[in-house]
Design a protein around this ligand. Sequence first.
Ligand SMILES: [Zn+2]
Length: 303
Amino acid sequence: MKECEICQGSEFKDIVAQERMYDTGDIFNYIECESCQALFLTDIPADLGKYYPSNYYSFGSFNRSNALLALLKKLRYEAFCRGLSFHSPVYYDWLSPLSLNPKSKIADIGCGNGQLLAEMAYSGFKQLNGYDPFVKAAFSSKNFSIYKKDFFEIDQKFDLVMFHHSFEHLPSPVEVFKKLVTILNPEGQVLIRVPVTDAQVWKEEHTYWFQLDAPRHLFIPNTKSMEILGERFGLELFNTTFDSMDSQFWGTALYKKGKPLVGTEIHQEFSRQELTEFRNKALQYNKLKIGDQACFYYKKKAQ
Ligand SMILES: [Zn+2]
């Protein structure tokens, strides 16, 4: 890359990273843009599928709720919308900065087995669509559909497009934004949850960082890169929140010990007290905006 595809910067730092989730020991090269601090994998393997073994994701079917539980979930979401919160699932927090109603047409990119869409359907949303090229088969029910399709094949328009840790698995952030603006309704909103190089663990532990995740993460932006992408494509970045978790600490510590994620029992590696400290530290890092992942909220600007 002569020029950063996001900010057109021309100075880069070379980074050599190792595949650690399965401990294959395979080596990959990233470059970090000195200007917007985005990371890009420069040698995307031709056989990337080899790094997504069958145990990577559960592509089984989603867990269904019975009629009573479904009703309780609907009531719980309605209560949350009125400011009453009890045992709220984490996705309520992700959705709360957005303007949505039950008829909002929503897409979840890289939806896996569709569990989030199923939960949103129980909460009362009626136009839910999931896209994932790796699901076994397409699926459709009253309020939601799952399509066995790549993001770039989408041919509908939405009020909200969500990427929950799928953006960094797509080949080019600029190509994604180019496509994204074409599938948004006027004033359509976007939620992107993604790892970010603002992470203190990246600054301190470098390539041991759990969420560098070579070679599955093809790029990792910085909050600066996400601002620039919004500006370039007419999307107003109206909110950014950090939602990093304890895994940034125990995952990174595991990799420093030379242990793979897959096949290691976390509760045998770390005491209960250590795990509690990691959870508290993550909350603190999120407040300081130095956690290792964030949620970016955009709105399509009126033309
Ligand atoms: Zn850049």
